[in-house]
Write a protein that binds this ligand. Structure first.
Ligand code: AHR
Length: 657
C-alpha cells in the first residue's frame, strides 16, 4: 500500500528547490507492489520494403533488375560495345516460366567488337576491399562459345575486381553457374560490367552478385550490418512485410506471401508501391524481387530471437489509393492464404506447405503465434472482412492470436468506430498507429492509463514523432523527436498490462533512395547506423524487465507534469529494479529516487544516460553522435540522488541482493 503520509511528505519534497536553487523532484519506487507483467515481446521491430529497405537494402543482392522483369527490361542496365549490331541483345519471353518469363539473348561475333552489359546496382554497389563476391547466372546455349568476363569498376571506371566464367553446359535446360572473386578496393558506388567474349549466342537470366559477408554467411542472404543492428535491439517480435505494402495500390499489387517462397527465380517480381507513391520522392526503379520472402522473414525472426508477426491483406487495397475491395463472397482465396500461411509456418512435413518449408531448409516449425489481418484498413468494409477471417482462423487455429487494424490515426471518427467494433469482436490485439508531432507524444504519455484492462490488448504497431509533418520530407531523426518518444514510451511501459507490443516505423531508409522520413536506421551502400530514436527503442527493449512497479512523484504518476516522465520495472531474472526517467526541460532537475523495498540493494547503481541538443542527429559521417553513456552511481541508503540534465533520458539499474 502506498501510505498517505508518505505521499504528502513526498509531495512537499517533489516540488522543492535544492540549496543551489535547482529544481528538485523526489520519486518513490515501490518494489513490493508489481502491478502487471511486461510482455516478453513488448518491444519489437516493424519491417517494410520502403526506402529501399529490402531490395537495395537488407537483401544483399547487388544487381538491380537481375531478371529483366522491370517494366523497362533494361532499367539499371547499360549495353556496352562500339558498334552494337541489331539483335545483339534480345529480350525474349518464355511460356514455361510464367513468374519470370523474360531472359536476354546475347549474340557475340567476337573481338575486337566485344559487347557487354553494365549494371548500376541500387544507387551503385557497395564493395569492400579484400572481400569475396559471388557472381552467378542462369544460362543456356546450344554450344559453348562465349566466356563471361566480369569486372567491378569504381566511379572512375578503374577495375577493382574481376573474374571469368565459361558456361560449360549445353542444351535447352537452364543451368546455374557461379564464380567467386575478390575486390581490390573499397568503393561505395561500384558498377558491375560483364563482357561477352568469344563467338556465339547465350541466353542469360538471374544475373546476380552477392557479397560473401552476408548475415550468417548465407549465400544469397541479408546484409549482416543491418541485421546486426536489429539483433542488438533484442526485439521481442518482428512485424512484416508492412505497412501499406501489404495492401498494394490495387489488389493486383498487394503482397501475396505464396509468391515469395520457393526457388528465387520463380518468385514473381512486382512493382513496389513506394515506386510512385510520392511524386516528390518518385523512385521509378523500385520493385520487389522477393529475394527476401516469407521464408526469409521467418528465418530472420528466428535468428534475432523475435516472434514472427506477419500481416496479411484482408481483401482491401490501400484506401488512400484505389480502395479496391474483394467482394465478400470472393474472400475465400484471401482467407485460405492465411490458413496456408499457418501451415507453412507451423504445419508438419506431410502438409503441402510444411513440406515446402522443409524443402527450403527448415523442417522444424517456425512457431507462429500471431497473425495480422489488414494493415491500415478502416470502415465497415474492413470489419465485415475481418469477421470472415476471424471466424475461419478461430475455428481452425484457436491458439493463433489475431491482430486487427484501428486504421491510420489514433483518434477521430474512423478510430472511434473501429475501436468500438474491434472490442465488440473481441480481437486479441488492436493495432494502433501514430505518426504525430513531438508535442503530441509529450502530451499523450497517459494515453493508456484509462484503457480497459479486460478488453483486447494494444499493439502500438507503427509510431514515430514527426518534426515537420506526416509523410513530409522535412522530418528529422533528431533528439527532439527521440526524447518525445522516450517520454511517451514511459506511458506504454507503465501500462504494460494493456500494451503488449510496440514498434517504431518505418525501420530502414537508404540515404540515396528514401521516400519517407523519419526512419529508425539509415544506411548507405556500405554502412548502417542507428538514429537517436533507435537508441531509445533499444534502451527500452534491452531494459524491459518482467514486471511493472509503481513510481510516484509526490502523489502523482510522472507523465509530463513539470516536464518529467517516468516508469519502473522489476527484472525477476536479473533481480534488478530498472527506473526510466525523462527530463524534458531546458534546465537540470535534481532527482531523488527512493527505492522502497524490505530487501537489500547493492550499493552500485548503473546509470545509462542518453542526452543531446534537441536538433542533434546521427549520420553516416557521425553515426554515434547521439548514443548512450554509462556511469556508476552509489546508493545513499536506498536512494539515488543525481542531476537529470536538460533534455535527458535516464535509466537507473539497481541490483537487489
Ligand atoms: O511506415 C510507413 C507507412 O505508414 C506504412 O506503410 C503505413 O502502414 C503507414 O501509413
Amino acid at each position: 500500500m502506498f501510505i498517505r503520509s508518505k505521499l504528502l511528505g513526498a509531495l512537499i519534497l517533489s516540488c522543492a528547490l535544492s540549496l543551489s536553487g535547482q529544481e528538485k523532484k523526489s520519486f518513490i519506487v515501490d518494489v513490493s507492489q508489481p502491478v502487471a507483467e511486461v510482455s516478453p515481446n513488448m518491444w519489437g521491430v516493424f519491417f517494410e520494403d520502403i526506402n529501399l529497405g529490402a531490395d537495395g537494402g537488407i537483401y544483399a543482392e547487388l544487381v538491380k533488375n537481375r531478371s529483366f522483369e522491370f517494366a523497362d527490361p533494361f532499367m539499371g542496365w547499360k549495353r556496352l560495345g562500339k558498334n552494337i549490331s541489331e539483335g545483339t541483345f534480345l529480350v525474349l519471353s518464355r511460356k514455361d516460366k510464367p513468374n519470370n518469363p523474360r531472359f536476354l539473348r546475347v549474340s557475340s561475333s567476337s573481338v575486337p567488337d566485344k559487347v557487354g552489359l553494365q549494371n548500376e546496382g541500387f544507387r551503385g554497389m557497395g564493395v569492400k576491399q579484400g572481400l569475396h563476391y559471388d557472381f552467378s547466372i542462369l544460362y543456356r546455349q546450344d554450344a559453348p562459345g562465349i566466356t563471361l568476363h566480369m569486372q567491378l569498376v569504381d566511379t572512375a571506371g578503374v577495375v577493382i575486381g574481376e573474374s571469368t566464367l565459361k558456361p560449360s553446359q549445353t542444351g535447352t535446360a537452364w543451368q546455374k553457374q557461379q564464380v567467386r572473386f575478390r575486390a581490390t578496393k573499397t568503393e561505395p558506388k561500384a558498377k558491375l560490367v560483364i563482357w561477352f567474349e568469344g563467338k556465339g549466342t547465350l541466353d542469360v537470366d538471374m544475373i546476380s552478385l552477392f557479397p560473401e559477408d552476408t548475415w550468417k554467411k548465407r549465400p544469397g542472404g541479408l546484409r549482416a550490418d543491418m541485421v546486426q543492428l536489429l539483433a542488438d535491439m533484442k526485439p521481442g517480435f518482428i512485424r512484416f512485410p508492412g505497412g501499406c505494402i501489404v495492401e498494394g495500390r490495387e489488389l493486383a499489387t498487394r503482397f501475396q506471401w505464396k509468391k515469395t517462397v520457393g526457388p528465387i527465380e520463380d518468385r514473381q517480381l512486382i512493382v513496389n508501391r513506394w515506386n510512385t507513391e510520392f511524386k516528390h520522392r518518385s523512385t521509378p526503379d523500385y520493385y520487389q524481387t522477393f529475394g527476401l520472402g516469407f521464408f526469409e522473414y521467418f528465418q530472420l525472426a528466428e535468428d534475432i530471437g523475435a516472434e514472427p508477426l506477419p500481416i496479411l491483406n484482408c481483401g482491401m487495397a490501400c484506401q488512400y489509393n484505389t480502395a479496391e475491395l474483394v467482394p465478400l463472397e470472393d474472400l475465400d482465396e484471401y482467407v485460405q492464404d492465411a490458413l496456408d500461411l499457418i501451415a507453412f509456418a507451423n504445419g508438419d512435413l506431410h502438409t503441402k506447405w510444411g513440406k515446402l518449408r522443409a524443402e527450403m531448409g527448415h523442417p522444424a516449425p517456425f512457431n507462429l503465434k500471431m497473425l495480422g489481418v489488414g494493415n491500415e484498413n478502416w470502415g465497415p468494409q474492413y470489419i465485415e472482412r475481418l469477421e470472415v477471417f476471424k471466424k475461419a482462423l478461430n475455428e481452425k487455429h484457436p491458439d493463433i492470436k489475431i491482430v486487427a487494424s484501428s486504421g491510420t490515426d489514433p483518434e477521430g471518427e474512423r478510430f472511434d468506430f473501429l475501436d468500438k467494433e474491434l472490442r465488440r469482436l473481441k480481437v486479441d490485439f488492436i493495432d494502433e498507429h501514430y505518426y504525430r508531432s513531438p508535442e503530441w507524444f509529450l502530451s499523450h504519455a497517459n494515453r493508456y492509463d484509462d484503457y480497459d484492462r479486460k478488453g483486447p490488448k494494444i499493439f502500438a504497431g507503427e509510431y514515430a514523432a514527426h518534426t515537420d509533418r506526416t509523410a513530409g520530407t522535412g522530418n528529422k531523426n533528431s533528439w527532439k523527436a527521440a526524447i518525445a518518444e522516450a517520454a511517451f514510451l514511459t506511458g506504454l511501459e507503465r501500462n504494460a498490462e494493456v500494451v503488449k507490443m510496440a514498434s517504431y516505423a518505418p525501420l530502414f531508409a537508404h540515404v540515396d533512395g528514401w521516400q519517407w522520413t523519419p526512419d529508425l536506421i539509415w544506411v548507405d551502400n556500405l554502412q548502417a547506423y542507428g538514429t537517436p530514436n533507435y537508441q531509445v527503442q533499444k534502451l527500452y527493449s534491452t531494459n524491459k524487465g518482467t514486471k511493472v512497479i509503481p513510481i510516484h512523484m509526490g502523489d502523482e504518476v510522472p507523465s509530463g507534469q513539470d516536464g518529467i516522465y517516468a516508469s519502473a520495472v522489476l527484472d525477476d531474472k536479473a533481480n534488478e529494479v530498472i527506473v526510466k526517467v525523462v527530463n524534458h526541460n531546458s534546465h537540470p532537475v535534481e532527482g531523488n529516487f527512493s527505492i522502497q523495498t524490505k530487501g537489500r540493494l547493492t550499493k552500485e547503481v548503473e546509470h545509462i544516460l542518453l542526452a543531446a541538443g534537441l536538433e542533434e542527429e546521427n549520420s553516416i559521417q557521425e553515426p554515434n553522435k547521439v548514443r548512450p553513456s554509462t556511469e556508476q552511481l552509489i546508493l545513499k541508503g536506498k536512494s539515488i540522488q543525481t542531476d537529470l540534465s536538460p533534455y535527458s533520458f535516464h535509466i537507473f539499474k539497481i541490483k537487489m541482493r
